[in-house]
Design a binder for this molecule. Structure first.
Ligand code: ADP
Length: 599
């Protein structure tokens, strides 16, 4: 079930249904059509065979009957003329019988009797032939068996041309030829043909069994055949049977014989079964191939989506950096957009973190400013009195050294206090201000030029005004002056300082690098250089407040500052990242919102 919940599982199910439904529908339709067509064909073919066998039977019997009829008519005419002597008449009759015997190969026996049934010539009168009942002539009816050979009696009236009934020709037709015809028929597998007489007694059969035996009456096909006027077919108990009543043939009128062809259903429809098996096999193989292909396709199709989902999960966990999901069309497009989105989320998160740090620093700043303000006046007093008292003492006075030390330390404390007040003032800029960093950098270069000249330091400015920085111009100036002065101080023997702009992806922030070729900042100190009062300079030379103020100013503007190695490994690079002016209002709003929830 869980597989069904995945996109891959669902795609496979859709493909399977798409393959299965038409396969089953077309297969079922093909099966039913094939079966119906084949049933029709089997019946049609078997009926055609039955008709052909019936027609052959009819033709032979018709020939025999015609020949006997002509013989009878000729004989009756001769008799009616009665001109000849009895002897001549007997000879003529003998010749006639001989000719008929030669002309009709199926003639087993022929007797000529007079109108009262007395024998005149030929063979003995066949038993059981009731001339009175058959006075009109024709076949007597059911078969008789002479030594197991089926025969059919034929009675033909011998009438003269004037219509006078002179006698009867009573013949027996040997039906052995029917069995020969059936044996020679090309029957389908398992099929057999039986000719039955009006009683249902088999007269001839194709299966090699001797004719005769018990009646086949009671078998549906035989009963229908003997009862029906013409032909038909039926299927019962797994047997397909077609039948034709032979009475429908001209020569056999008067008898109710039938010809029946039976074939087991399995044999009759073997072709349909084979076709069904082959079709099923092909369908199963095709379906399996379709499913396999579908599964492969589904996996390929959904793999980029799974990658996108994994990417989205990683972003949700806060891991914005990851491999780009590539793919054709919409997938690739989505992958690129997710990358951009992740980049923006990362920048936004950095900016917000910076804002939060800025807020923390601001509260520390407010406190420091108050402390600085409170101790500034007493310090001024201490410094003033220390200087006053020292001035009154001679150089070698024992108090002089102590008073000078007090004045020096008080002066140093005043410097620190001034730095702290600077720090405090840094928060008072307009938060919504913006400036052109290029103009500010040029102004800074002009400001520090004399100082740098003395220190034999060259300043290169490489900043364009493509983007506005969301920071007050004075604050940015203070930041840059501090960084440039620190750089100059790090290179007592002179060197080069560069202010350059760095491109930042997404266009939401701009970066400014201040790079020097001094000794650089030791890895261990990098995290601490921005802490207030951290300095590596000699007492009196540094307060450790410069970078703290810089960081505070940058953080107030929603930016960040970090120290990295200058390219080439020599020197320090301070990178200031500031929000662009267009984003500033949004950042301020989110900062304000943050303060509101805290407050
Ligand atoms: P201060 O300059 O009064 O020491 P800062 O906060 O400006 O205070 O600097 C703190 C420390 O950072 C410095 O003492 C120095 O060790 C280090 N530093 C600052 N800028 C540089 C630089 N460009 N190269 C090497 N070290 C630096």
């Amino acid at each position: 079930m869980s597989a069904l919940r995945s996109l891959t599982g669902r795609v496979i199910v859709v493909l399977a249904l798409a393959a299965l439904i038409p396969t089953v529908a077309i297969g079922a339709l093909a099966f039913s059509r094939t079966r119906a067509d084949l049933e029709r064909e089997v019946v049609r073919g078997n009926l055609a065979l039955v008709r052909a066998l019936g027609a052959g039977l009819d033709a032979t019997l018709q020939d025999a009957r015609r020949a006997v009829e002509i013989g009878a008519a000729t004989w009756a005419d001769g008799r009616a003329a009665a001109t000849a002597t009895d002897d001549a008449d007997r000879r003529a009759t003998g010749r006639l019988l001989g000719r008929l015997g030669r002309d009709i190969p199926v003639l087993a026996r022929l007797a000529i009797v007079d109108g009262d049934g007395r024998a005149i010539a030929g063979d003995e009168l066949p038993e059981g032939v009731d001339l009175a009942a058959r006075s009109f002539g024709g076949y007597v009816g059911d078969a008789i068996f002479v030594a197991g050979h089926p025969r059919v009696p034929l009675v033909v009236q011998a009438r003269s041309r004037t219509g006078e009934l002179v006698g009867f020709f009573v013949a027996e037709i040997d039906l052995g030829f029917v069995s020969d015809a059936l044996a020679g028929a090309r029957l389908g597998t398992g099929a057999r043909v039986v000719v039955v007489d009006g009683q249902g007694t088999p007269v001839a059969r194709s299966d090699g069994q001797p004719p005769g035996g018990p009646s086949w009456r009671g078998r549906p096909a035989v009963d229908r055949a003997l009862g029906a006027a013409a032909e038909g077919h039926l299927t019962t108990a797994g047997i397909v049977a077609v039948f034709r009543n032979l009475a429908s043939y001209q020569s056999l009128r008067g008898v109710r014989w039938a010809i029946v062809l039976e074939q087991p259903e399995d044999d009759a429809y073997a072709l349909a079964a084979a076709t069904r098996r082959t079709t099923l096999l092909v369908a199963v193989v095709a379906l399996a191939a379709a499913l396999l292909l579908g599964a492969l396709l589904a996996t390929r199709l959904t793999r980029p989506l799974a990658a996108l989902a994994a990417r989205a999960d990683a972003i949700a966990r806060g891991d914005a950096v990851g491999p780009t999901v590539t793919g054709p069309g919409e997938i690739g497009h989505l992958g690129r957009r997710i990358d951009e989105m992740a980049a923006r989320i990362g920048e936004r998160a950095e900016l917000q973190a910076a804002l939060a740090r800025g807020d923390r620093l601001a509260s520390v700043g407010v406190m420091s400013a108050q402390v600085a303000h409170e101790i500034n006046n007493p310090l001024t007093t201490v410094l003033g009195y220390a200087k006053l008292l020292a001035e009154d003492k001679a150089e070698d006075h024992p108090d002089r050294a102590g008073l000078d030390l007090i004045a020096g330390e008080a002066a140093r404390m005043k410097q620190i206090v001034a730095g702290l007040l600077d720090y405090a003032r840094a928060g008072k800029d307009d938060e919504r201000a913006s400036c052109d960093p290029a103009a500010v950098a040029r102004h800074v270069a002009a400001l520090v030029a004399p100082q740098l000249r003395r220190a034999r330091v060259t300043l290169a400015v490489d900043v364009d005004g493509a983007l506005e920085a969301a920071i007050d111009a004075h604050a940015l100036q203070q930041v840059l002056v501090n960084l440039v002065q620190n750089a100059a101080q790090a290179m007592p023997d002179g060197g080069t300082v560069t202010i350059g702009r760095v491109a930042i992806a997404g266009g939401v922030a701009l970066g400014l690098d201040v790079t020097d070729d001094g000794p650089g900042v030791a890895a261990a100190d990098r995290a601490r250089v921005f802490d207030p009062f951290f300095t590596t300079k000699a007492p009196g030379a540094g307060t450790g407040l410069g970078l703290a103020v810089v960081k505070h100013l940058v953080a107030r503007a929603g930016g960040t500052i970090e120290v990295i190695d200058a390219p080439g490994g020599k020197g320090a690079r301070f990178r200031v990242t500031l929000p662009c002016a267009t984003l500033d209002q949004e950042s301020s709003r989110s900062a304000a919102a943050g303060r509101d929830t805290r407050g």
